[in-house]
Write a protein that binds this ligand. Structure first.
Ligand code: ZN
Length: 111
């Protein structure tokens, strides 16, 4: 059965994450800053990467708060500036506490 919160995108298994803002890299390519702490390049190069709204500042602004897939979350990667504070017991699908099933945010300021 397919998990509806995960989609198959151009980066493989991806998880929808909220867009916090946009920035450009040294080459002028657009990067989205995501609520999960990851950054992701976004390019309008159809048909594989279809983001025609990237070229318009108002359209980009309108996307803040919307979801876009994060392949790094899909692969379980931590953002570069995040460190593991502590670990818990190992859980399985039967023993995972309900609190760990909800969306979580990353604590600001570190451990
Ligand atoms: Zn992510």
């Amino acid at each position: 059965m397919t998990d509806p919160t995960h989609t198959q995108g151009d980066a493989g298994l991806a998880v929808p994450r909220r867009i916090l803002g946009f920035e450009r890299d040294a080459a002028g390519e657009w990067i989205v800053r995501l609520a999960c702490g990851h950054r992701r390049h976004v390019r309008h190069r159809p048909p594989l990467s279809d983001y025609p709204w990237l070229a318009d500042a108002a359209a980009r602004e309108a996307r803040i708060g919307a979801a876009i897939e994060c392949g790094r979350c899909g692969r379980g990667e931590l953002p570069a500036d995040v460190a593991e504070c502590r670990t818990t017991d190992t859980f399985d699908e039967a023993t995972l506490p309900a609190g760990l099933r909800r969306d979580r945010t990353i604590r600001a300021g570190g451990c």
